[in-house]
Design a protein around this ligand. Structure first.
Ligand code: PEP
Ligand code: MG
Length: 612
């Protein structure tokens, strides 16, 4: 094909300039390469004597294109002209829609002791001892072959993407998945993969996008984790401030569960994925501007990391320590005040109460929801309860019991597998359109034994508590009736009384909108899943790397209006739209009285409602 391309087709060329201050980095590159892949012709980018296949994320990244760099894009073969036009347009869109990370304004430095200045990743203050970064490889028994580890890593990135869809971290996982897919095409063993990562890191070293090396290393870390050799941070059990050159994005989860009070990084940038994830985690952190100013490396006393003033004070005076402690206390009491408000009801300025429930995925997030002031659980995404291995029946009962003990009002959604969500232990047949295939309640046809075990575990854990069970991806009333009948058969088989349990559906398939009169006769409640409803209304895959869904489209709001008018049973909204501050006044105006959002958003949305 490429030989024919060269003989019969003339090459088309254009010059493109990187205008985003972030350079041409992983997220836009992933999106660009995906568009290029749609065309049959050869397409390549040339920059400073280097050529890169524009359909290959890894190759494109190796050009290390920084802001203001100008490169040549060439297409040759069938549809070359069309490809160039589409890519030019996409490139310009990507450049315009890649905002620079906002810089947190620094407060004045009033410390007496010596310090080094840095850029603020996430603000806050910490007083603790420094701890130097070191890691250790932990071997686990969960050993897989390379191909399975690769598959699990891709599934895990998919899962992380769906869990963080609305946050900036969501697109990081999607881009990492695309990069991993590209690397997997040519690397079939761990050794090949390690060599490819080493090559990529080598070509990025010393370039303006050097911080992207951690994305490559993160992929290797993830694969090795699934191969049974996880590299973990060695961390003290007492409060500490971590000093590191850089961190793997994958290590941030471990830090959030540790005694880390703050983080100082020497070799990363505000644009790195590590920085974006640290900001999302809210751990006070700085990037030291002059990393070779290493006077603080051997300090063993208390230091101050002031990520309001952007300084690490490594020889604080008594006065400094006292001031910092006072500030720390002030921060804490402000947080506490906000925390106290969280438990108060959310009532609009006109006196209308709106109920705030939580979307949770496991025991930890359910406990967090309790802490954050949720009135109950509006959506337990049960598929995320156990993602790595198939949970035993006892483990399921145990998890449900722990969650059910936390709240009076709880809605459990039965497994919603398929589409963007996969479980490594559940083999689903290949489908060319998985979002339109065996997903949600359709699993009743293919995997009734898994649903039977799940329902049995839920019934045992509920012990007559009036919980609600919600079926996902229901499109017709017959599906709901069959699923409910199945649940009753399971209860009968195990001699369990489930008369207190109510059954409802997610409204996420557009057909339901036209069948509400029928559904009103059979369901006990509804919850609108705007993430999927929007995807199916517009036929745009919710995880699509380039096509964008408009979260505020008037079509979606018209659909909601129709739903509110026609439902005759309790209604809530649990899609991401409920976490969108701008949407709140409209949702309230439509008459939606119950919202379900992630634990972290509860206080913010309550506050928003109070101003409607
Ligand atoms: C939805 O589709 O809006 C929803 C809440 O469910 P999920 O995101 O888990 O598919
Ligand atoms: Mg859904």
């Amino acid at each position: 094909m490429s030989f024919l391309n060269t003989i019969f087709y003339k090459p088309y060329q254009t010059q493109l300039r990187v205008t985003s201050a972030n350079g041409f980095h992983l997220r836009p590159v992933a999106s660009f390469a995906n568009i290029a892949k749609r065309f049959p012709c050869r397409i390549w980018a040339s920059f400073k004597n280097k050529k890169a296949d524009a359909k290959n994320i890894n190759a494109l990244l190796s050009l290390s294109l920084d802001t203001q760099d100008c490169f040549t894009l060439t297409a040759q073969g069938r549809k070359a002209e069309e490809a160039l036009e589409a890519l030019t347009e996409q490139f310009s869109f990507l450049m315009q829609n890649d905002p620079e990370p906002y810089k947190i304004q620094k407060e004045k430095n009033l410390y007496e002791g010596s310090g080094v200045e840095g850029e603020i990743i996430a603000d806050g203050i910490a007083v603790a001892r420094l701890h130097n970064h070191s890691t250790q490889e932990i071997l686990t028994e969960n050993r897989l072959g390379f191909q399975d580890a690769l598959k699990e890593s891709l599934q895990e990135l998919d899962m992380l993407h769906s869990l963080h869809q609305t946050a900036s971290s969501g697109s990081i996982y999607l881009a990492q998945k695309e990069l991993l897919k590209t690397l997997a095409q040519t690397n079939n063993t761990l050794k090949d993969f390690e060599d490819a990562i080493a090559d990529a890191s080598h070509s990025l070293k010393g370039t303006p996008i050097e911080a992207k090396i951690s994305d490559y290393r993160d992929l290797l870390w993830r694969i090795k984790k699934h191969l049974g050799a996880e590299e973990k941070l060695i961390l003290p059990a007492t409060p500490f401030i971590l000093v590191a050159d850089d961190l793997l994005p994958g290590h941030i989860e471990q830090l959030t569960q540790s005694q880390a009070q703050g983080i100082v990084l020497k070799k990363t940038s505000l644009r790195s994925h590590t920085a974006i994830l640290l900001r999302a985690a809210g751990i006070p952190s700085l990037i030291i501007v002059r990393p070779d100013d290493a006077k603080y490396d051997f300090i063993s006393d208390m230091v101050i990391l002031d990520a309001h003033a952007g300084i690490l004070v490594y020889t604080p005076s008594q006065n400094d320590l006292q001031k910092a402690m006072e500030r720390l206390q002030k921060n804490k009491s402000e947080k506490k005040q906000a925390q106290d408000q969280r438990f108060k009801k959310a009532v609009t300025a006109q006196g209308k109460p709106i109920h705030l429930f939580a979307n949770v995925s496991d025991v930890k997030s359910a406990k967090e929801a309790k802490e954050e002031g949720a009135e109950g659980i509006g959506l337990l995404r049960s598929e995320f309860l156990f993602t790595q291995t198939k949970p035993s029946f006892e483990a399921q009962v145990h998890a449900y019991k722990e969650i059910f003990a936390l709240f009076e009002d709880i809605t459990v959604r039965t497994l919603d597998i398929g589409g963007d969500k996969a479980l490594p232990y559940m083999q689903l047949p290949y489908e060319s359109n998985p979002f339109l295939g065996v997903r949600g309640i359709r699993l009743l046809e293919t995997h009734p034994e898994i649903l039977e075990e799940q329902l049995h575990a839920i019934f045992i854990a509920a012990q007559r508590k009036p919980i609600k069970i919600m079926f996902p991806m229901v499109a017709r009333t017959e599906e709901f009736i069959q699923a409910k009948a199945f649940a009753y058969r399971v209860a009968k088989k195990y001699g369990l009384d489930i008369s207190s349990i109510r059954f409802g559906i997610m409204i996420e398939v557009p057909s339901v909108l036209f069948l509400l009169q029928q559904f009103n006769k059979v369901v006990d409640f509804y919850s609108v899943g705007t993430n999927d409803l929007n995807q199916y209304l517009f036929a745009i895959e919710r995880t699509h790397p380039t096509l964008k869904l408009d979260a505020h489209s008037s079509v979606l709001f018209d659909a909601l209006e129709k739903i509110v008018k026609e439902v005759a049973k309790p209604l809530s909204l649990c899609g991401e739209l409920a976490s969108n501050k701008e949407a709140i006044p409209k949702l309230v105006a439509l008459g939606i009285e119950t919202l379900s959002v992630s634990a972290k958003m509860i206080s913010t949305i309550k506050e928003e409602i109070r101003h409607v």
